[in-house]
Design a protein around this ligand. Structure first.
Ligand code: HEC
Length: 178
């Protein structure tokens, strides 16, 4: 009886821990790699990977282009003429003005340009400033962002927010459309 019990427990413990072992981690790595590859494929603009971590840029592109919808508000208009999926047209993102801002929200607010400035900083922000903004919604003057869904974005991990920043660093500078 005693032996049976030990064997029983051994089987139970093995069954419970097996999914947490090596093969589970491999699945996670494969899943992350799939997101990175898909992200690199999804970017509607060419990427400057020089001096950057390709995996982080790919992951950032996945978050921006498959999940966080930054394009919806920071590209004006988000789609090229004839390429608006909301009108049933085959999707064509407005790559020329990608993330260059200029979308009006109400009478006074316009989405800012979040492409790299002349020094390569997205929206002119260094990483600490970007992180603070996305985590707290606070601009430099302490004002809270009113439109941008930072209460959701703030829940991303440090690695994911870094990835978004690295992707924004890798896209070309653009100016808002007319
Ligand atoms: C629903 C529309 C919307 C979405 C989606 C959105 N933003 Fe914004 N964002 C804005 C607006 C409008 C502002 C201007 C300030 C405000 O919200 O009050 C802004 C401000 C910013 C700023 C501050 C720039 C500066 O100069 O201070 C950054 C950086 C930024 N957004 C990045 C992003 C990123 C990255 C994403 C996607 C992960 C994103 N935004 C998604 C609307 C949006």
């Amino acid at each position: 009886m005693r032996d049976w019990k030990l064997g029983h427990w051994a089987v139970l413990v093995l069954a419970l821990t097996a999914p947490l072992g090596g093969c589970g981690d491999d699945d996670k790595d494969t899943e992350e790699q799939a997101r990175i590859d898909k992200g690199l494929m999804l970017s509607p603009v060419p990427l400057n990977l020089e001096g950057k971590d390709r995996d982080l840029v790919g992951l950032g592109s996945y978050i921006v282009n498959a999940q966080a919808a930054c394009n919806d508000c920071h590209t004006n208009p988000p789609f090229k003429p004839g390429g608006d999926p909301f009108k049933g047209e085959p999707e064509q993102i407005n790559a020329e003005h990608f993330l260059a801002g200029g979308m009006p929200f109400g009478p006074t607010l316009v989405s800012p340009n979040i492409t790299p400035d002349a020094s390569g900083k997205p929206a002119g922000l260094d990483y600490e400033e970007f992180l603070h903004l996305l985590r707290t919604g606070q601009e430099e003057d302490g004002e809270l962002l009113q439109v941008m869904p930072w209460p959701i974005y703030k829940n991303m991990s440090d690695r994911e927010l870094r990835a978004v920043y690295e992707y924004l660093r890798a896209i070309p500078h653009a100016e808002p459309g007319p």
